[in-house]
Design a protein around this ligand. Structure first.
Ligand code: 7B6
Ligand code: ZN
Length: 304
């Protein structure tokens, strides 16, 4: 048996999980990567009739942030195991569909397993023979694209690409969200590391219209993480809290009309960085789960 969190392992796991839980899980093909790997979204629903509220969560935009895909898998397993046993996950699944993209950047992810553990971008080749490979998918969305905080040099780790949504991975996500924008009320993108709960904007220092609500919500999540797990998460708008980062998926989703839009940066704060030891995975996932639950329940309460 291969490792379940390797690139092939995740495809195997998605397939197996959707077969074992066909009453609650559907798999949707939303596109394919530069190297033609399928981008599979898992749609989780409670055992109930149709609802018209949904949330989206993606993991693994950045190849080296291995705790992120691990969290998506961990979350799906948790949801399927504790539906109708844990009240928060039950309320979530009874009141919203949950779309999960476990690995947004499968080519880069595979590359970190086989060749370069510290790779960040996707694996797109501009023209044959060009020296530098890859676009930063979290600079490729149409939100003040390629302004300060992104690079137009293909050799840089924050290369924004040739134009917004030039990359098939970003385009697939943008296309799916555009076609589901009336139902998707919550967008969450899972990254590491830094331990931060971020919301728009990262592409500028402007305050989002519902800034105070998002600030209170992330503050509540951070406080609860500190109380239950004794760990510190910063919270706030991306530009002020981490740095200017234009072209991000969360800012783009926010401008599309998804007024609850977040990037969660999981453990740690730099001791191990991207090389988080496996023994830290349970706590890192429990912290993130708490933040996901708090934001999702707030969205259920405050949207129709
Ligand atoms: C919401 C905000 C991003 C980008 C350049 C992110 C990781 C990363 C390096 C730092 C981890 C950090 C702190 C080069 C600036 C790289 N960032 O690799 C953790 C120490 C350095 C590494 N952080 O990727 N953050 C998100 O897309 O830049 C923030 C998104 N849209
Ligand atoms: Zn990241």
């Amino acid at each position: 048996m291969q490792n379940l969190t390797s690139h092939n392992g995740i495809y195997f796991w998605i397939n197996q999980t959707s077969q074992e839980h066909s009453d609650m899980v559907k798999v949707i093909l939303i596109g394919s990567s530069f190297e033609k790997r399928p981008l599979h979204v898992m749609k989780l629903s409670g055992r109930r009739g149709a609802v018209n509220r949904a949330m989206w969560m993606d993991c693994g935009i950045h190849a080296r942030e291995w705790i992120a895909p691990a969290f998506c898998l961990w979350f799906v397993n948790y949801a399927l195991r504790f539906y109708s046993h844990n009240s928060e996950i039950t309320e979530m699944l009874n009141n919203m569909d949950i779309y999960i993209l476990p690995v947004m950047n499968p080519d880069g992810y595979k590359y970190t397993w086989t060749t370069d553990r510290m790779w960040r971008k996707n694996r797109s080749v501009l023209k044959e023979g060009s020296e530098c490979v890859g676009v930063d998918l979290n600079r490729n969305f149409d939100a003040r694209w390629c302004t300060k905080g992104a690079s137009n040099d293909p050799c840089d780790p924050t290369y924004c690409g040739q134009y917004p949504e030039s990359e098939p991975e970003a385009q697939a996500v943008a296309k799916f969200l555009r076609s589901h924008k009336d139902t998707v009320k919550l967008y969450i993108s899972i990254h590491s590391y830094s331990q931060m709960l971020l919301f728009p904007y990262s592409c500028s220092y402007d305050e989002a219209p519902n800034h105070n609500e998002l600030l209170e919500l992330t503050k509540e999540a951070s406080t609860k993480i500190r109380r239950y797990y004794r760990n510190h998460y910063k919270y706030g708008p991306g530009a002020k809290t981490i740095y200017l980062a234009p072209g991000g998926s969360d800012d783009w989703a926010y401008n599309l009309g998804i007024k609850y839009s977040f990037t969660f940066e999981l453990q740690d704060r730099g001791r191990y960085g991207f090389l988080l030891p496996p023994s830290f995975i349970p706590q890192a996932c429990n912290e993130a789960l708490l933040a996901v639950k708090i934001t999702a329940l707030h969205v259920i309460k405050n949207t129709q």
